[in-house]
Write a protein that binds this ligand. Structure first.
Ligand code: ATP
Ligand code: SF4
Ligand code: MG
Length: 320
């Protein structure tokens, strides 16, 4: 089976007034057809940059500097304008944190959903709304976005994202702006529709509980790299990276579902260039001299991939 999405040594940087920020630091990641993958990490770890890069939707100040990103074998950053439009329209569906920013405030919802579905008729448009869990499709279709609740608006966005049967859905904090009481139900709708469509799903989130409940695979990002990736159950039951371990300890059931990760002491890095060492070293309880001398690279260990010089030791700790 060939990968649906493949990022190899992907480097994306932002040129800002205060200098260059390297948001993705030679990132590697693969997504297979039909799978669900959660990407977790603190604020600034590069989750949204990665999500936007998949659709080549990065702002003008961002530059893909090197590496490759392919979707069904097509190089996203080399696609001609027509091919890029097709790729976005036929392969991708996006659900962002704030549904209102994805909807046109001046157009009735039904028309927006029809357009997203390529100009479909009323019956098909209403069927999409029902699929997305909206049980009064006529009323919703006749409404303007501001007349809907946040949860309803996000369901409309989900209906639009699945309208053309995408191969990959990318959901960036899809429930974070919603009332806690409806987050689980909206997430379930997204997962049901992903499954029905046979699409792959990437959920980008701070919420480790949401990630663990929703997705088969889990990737942990730190400093613009995927530092650990494997089956969610494997990674969460026996983390091999100290950062994953720290996230788990911070989220050890003390907070309500949907609450953000409590920060591990210290601050995430603001990278100006490729990290020459392990960028987690200043916060890592396992760090030794080699961590600041040598950049760790990804390797297979105990049924997952991990980027840490001392992962064997971390695993032993995890099984104690
Ligand atoms: P959050 O959890 O807060 O959404 P994130 O993991 O999605 O964070 P990104 O938004 O991808 O992280 O940011 C990665 C890095 O790129 C950060 O250092 C951020 O400050 C920087 N960055 C992101 N967007 C821009 C931008 N438009 N201009 C300049 N720098 C940016
Ligand atoms: Fe910690 Fe060293 Fe592993 Fe980095 S490489 S996570 S500093 S033990
Ligand atoms: Mg983000």
């Amino acid at each position: 089976m060939s990968a649906l999405l493949h990022a190899k040594d992907l480097v994306v940087a932002y040129e800002t007034g205060r200098g260059r920020v390297q948001a993705l630091d030679s990132l590697n990641l693969t997504v297979e057809p039909g799978e669900t993958l959660a990407i977790v990490g603190e604020s600034g770890s590069g989750k949204s940059t990665l999500g936007l890069a998949v659709g080549r939707l990065l702002p003008a100040v961002a530059l893909k500097e090197s590496g490759s990103l392919t979707l069904q074998g097509q190089e996203v950053f080399a696609a001609a304008p027509d091919a890029l439009r097709r790729l976005r329209r036929d392969l991708l569906g996006f659900v962002f944190q704030n549904p209102m920013s994805a909807l046109d405030p001046t157009m009735r919802v039904g028309r927006q959903v029809s357009r997203a579905a390529g100009g479909c008729g009323t019956a098909e448009m209403q069927a999409l709304l029902v699929k997305a869990g909206l049980d009064e499709p006529e009323r919703v279709a006749a409404s303007y976005p501001h007349e809907l609740s946040g949860g309803m608006a996000q369901r409309v966005v989900i209906a639009m994202a699945i309208a053309r049967g995408p191969a990959l859905l990318i959901a960036d904090e899809p429930t974070a702006s919603l009332d806690v009481s409806i987050r689980a139900r909206v997430m379930k709708t997204l997962l049901d529709l992903q499954k029905d469509a046979g699409a792959s799903l990437i959920v980008l989130t701070h919420d480790l509980h949401l990630a663990a409940r929703s997705c088969q695979r889990l990737a942990v990002m730190y400093g613009g790299r995927v530092v650990e990736v494997g089956r969610s159950a494997t990674v969460l039951s026996r983390p091999a990276h100290p950062y994953t371990r720290g996230l788990l300890a911070a989220a050890a059931g003390n907070e309500a579902p949907g609450e953000d990760l409590k920060p591990i002491p210290g601050l995430p890095p603001l990278l100006r260039q490729r990290a020459p060492d392990c960028s987690f070293a200043p916060r890592c309880p396992f760090a030794e001299a080699r961590c600041t001398d040598l950049r760790p690279e990804a390797r297979e260990l105990d049924r997952r991939e991990v980027v840490c010089h001392l992962a064997e030791r971390v695993l032993v700790e995890a099984s104690r």
